[in-house]
Design a protein around this ligand. Structure first.
Ligand SMILES: O=C(O)CCC(=O)C(=O)O
Ligand SMILES: [Fe+2]
Length: 356
């Protein structure tokens, strides 16, 4: 440990202009947390009530047609909004390779990473950021992330960072059967038995993949890795390493359950778009990541989203079947995501944008 606190000058220049990110800050082995990262008491780990005895379901999806699998998946999407899947068909080597590629990307020199920071990036489809949206946050989050919007393989090969693009594309290709099967099962639970081109675009017409890097943090108890939020996706496929630190709000809303890393498993979580389209039957659940004082952590969420130009709202079939009134209005999906990316993480507040 160094004796003196290094001069970090203007924090934003160091993080973004110099391309250091919070990883660069962590590598300076500072002993104090810069004040910009100090979160309010209410968001800190010490004020998080955890539930020890229960966690998200683990579902074996080796046979998607099995009525028990359909029941477990739809039940978990209603109750927890989060579940593990095992025997999902994505080979272990592919998972390992995408995790390695993530580490390799963040190991690039700051001079090389600089060009991907959203302030410098030549395309809006490739955005490296630190924290979540620093310009809108009162307190920063201890995380760097690369966010890649997928249009097609040709574009990705042309503009995604060369050090990780092949592994990411291979992973996404390997997830395609899983995405289709999961969507089919979730729709069965909503009484929709056919996924045609039209509802595919509405439910899964675009994809975004993020590479999250949470470096070792001095005083992790004072800050967060990611603040409380729900995803804006239809659903998210999350690959995490073996460190742990992700917590989800338990169904009774009184505590937070840890999502323990399970080798080879993937975590699925329902996002706001599907909560809206299912008129609240499936739940997008708040989650958060704590900062870690002794180990770097990575995670890779693949967000399966509606196409940005789609208008989302409660599906007709859902309203007809349940005889319920719509709880959400129709909104342009790109407006919904723009709203999410303009503010700091704030629990489930994004949904207010679509509430009637
Ligand atoms: O790192 C994790 O486990 C979760 C990250 C997350 O919630 C997100 O990127 O939306
Ligand atoms: Fe998330």
């Amino acid at each position: 440990m160094k004796d003196e606190q290094p001069e970090i000058g203007d924090l934003k220049d160091f993080l973004i202009k110099a391309g250091q990110g919070v990883k660069g800050l962590s590598e300076m082995e500072i002993t104090d947390l810069p004040k910009q990262y100090i979160q309010p008491q209410s968001e800190r780990l010490c004020n998080m009530k955890t539930v020890e005895e229960t966690s998200i379901p683990i579902i074996d999806v080796s046979n998607w047609d099995d009525p028990n699998v359909i029941k477990s998946v739809c039940g978990a999407a209603q109750k927890w909004g989060f579940f593990h899947i095992i025997n999902h068909g994505v080979p272990l080597e592919v998972l390992e390779s995408v995790k390695k590629a993530t580490i390799m990307f963040f190991a690039l020199k700051p001079e090389e990473k600089r060009k991907y920071f959203k302030e410098n990036s030549s395309s809006n489809h490739v955005r490296l950021s630190t924290s979540f949206v620093p310009e809108a946050e009162n307190a920063l989050e201890w995380k760097d992330y690369l966010s890649l919007f997928y249009v097609d393989d040709d574009e990705a090969l042309a503009i995604w960072p060369a050090i990780c693009r092949d592994q990411l594309l291979d992973y996404m290709k390997n997830c395609q059967v899983l995405i289709k099967s999961l969507l089919q099962v979730l729709m069965t639970g909503l009484n929709i038995h056919e996924i045609n081109e039209k509802n595919w675009s509405l439910l899964a017409g675009s994809k975004r993949i993020n590479l999250n890097f949470y470096p070792i943090c001095p005083k992790p108890e004072l800050t967060v890795g990611v603040g409380r939020h729900s995803d804006v996706s239809t659903f998210t496929i999350l690959l995490q390493d073996d460190i742990g630190g992700l917590y989800v709000r338990a169904p009774d809303e009184e505590g937070w359950a840890h999502v323990p890393p399970i080798p080879g498993a993937l975590v699925i979580n329902i996002g706001d778009a599907l909560q809206i389209m299912s008129n609240g039957k499936y739940k997008s659940i708040e989650h958060r990541v704590i900062a870690n004082g002794s180990k770097d952590r990575i995670s890779i969420p693949l967000f399966v989203n509606p196409k940005p130009s789609e208008v989302i709202g409660p599906l007709e079939e859902v309203l007809e079947e349940s005889d319920e009134k719509a709880k959400y209005k129709k909104v342009l999906y790109s407006d919904y995501t723009l709203y999410f990316y303009r503010k700091a993480h704030d629990g489930k507040a994004t949904l207010e944008f679509a509430k009637i």
